[in-house]
Design a protein around this ligand. Structure first.
Ligand code: PMV
Length: 311
């Protein structure tokens, strides 16, 4: 199988989950792990999906219907009709499918690349990203597009949703950032949680505007810290972003416990990452030794813990 170029990366949101939905910038980092896809056309119509991705227990089962929908939306966007033509898709790679890592975006971006190669179709990276965005709509109604953009382009990105195509820029990091990330083992529905935030916002616009103002100032400091390679300042900003997520009511006791444990074990900053009310948290660590210590501490509380770096 020639899979090397049919990849989509996993991602972790550093700053701005939920706020990003309302067209303010966020910072997102692709992790050094990816999903790949192989696409084969068959004579007999129908869709066959072979999913060999590593996954946490129950994740793929829970997400199966949404995945089917996302795959079909992506295929439709690329004018592939499985009632007319057989499509066999095989997904693999080293990205563990877990809630919060952008596994769905990685999957549909890899899919778009693989279909483009198999047809063949000459697609720009922006077209791959646009196809991934269509697929993401199968997972939740109004995605900001942050996940598929990170999955397509990799690296650390400043991302902003607009009414049209998103605006994003790749950040130049002075040094790779060492991260530990851990799953709560809980999969919350992004649609539900984004919907709850919207309802709270609509019930009290002043409350949300206050949080948004705090977030925008925080992002400026966080981005400056990232640009300057000041990990201590960056860590402090991650902590503050977690506090804003708590105010948004998207954290939960399990996430808070992991964040506290990471900080106690020497992380220089920690926060939830992604939808929240479950999903993932991330911790920033200054050295390989501290990364190991934080991983060990989190392993006592979390069902799955990973180390990675953002570059
Ligand atoms: O749970 P994730 O990693 O898919 O992140 C969702 C991020 C939100 O800002 C909550 C929603 C979005 O579409 O950006």
């Amino acid at each position: 199988r020639a899979l090397a170029q049919c990849r989509g990366y996993g991602k972790l949101i550093l700053f701005g989950e939920h706020f990003v939905v309302y067209k303010v910038p966020a910072l997102v980092g692709a992790v050094a792990a990816y999903t790949d896809c192989d696409c084969e056309f068959l004579e007999e119509p129908g869709l066959t999906v072979i999913d060999e991705r590593p996954a946490v227990p129950h994740y793929k089962v829970k997400k199966a219907d949404e995945a089917q929908e996302a795959i079909q939306l992506t295929l439709k966007h690329l004018n592939v009709d499985t009632t007319k033509r057989g499509v066999k898709l095989t997904f693999g790679g080293d990205l563990c499918a877990v809630s919060g890592i952008g596994a769905s975006a990685a999957q549909v971006v890899a899919l778009a690349r693989a279909v483009g190669r198999a047809l063949p179709l000459k697609m720009s990276e922006d077209e791959i990203n646009a196809a991934g965005y269509e697929g993401e709509k199968g997972y939740h109604g109004t995605p900001s597009g942050i996940d598929n953009t990170a999955a397509t382009f990799g690296g650390v990105l400043r991302f902003c949703r607009t009414d049209g195509a998103p605006i994003f820029e790749k950040k130049k990091l002075r040094e790779p950032i060492r991260i530990v990330y851990a799953s709560t083992g809980i999969t919350a529905s992004t649609t539900t949680v984004v919907g709850d935030v919207r309802a709270k916002k609509e019930a009290d616009e002043a409350w949300f505007a206050g949080l948004l103002t705090k977030y925008e100032a925080l992002l400026k400091r966080g981005e400056s810290a990232l640009d300057a390679g000041d990990v201590n300042a960056l860590g402090k900003c991650l902590d503050e972003n977690h506090a804003l997520c708590q105010e948004l009511t998207v954290s939960c006791p399990e996430l808070d416990a992991l964040v506290d444990a990471a900080r106690s074990a020497g992380a220089i900053g920690a926060k939830m990452s992604g939808t929240g009310r479950g999903g993932l948290m991330i911790a920033l660590t200054p050295s390989a030794a501290v990364q190991d210590k934080v991983k060990e501490a989190l392993s006592k509380l979390a069902p799955q813990v990973w180390t990675t770096f953002l570059a």
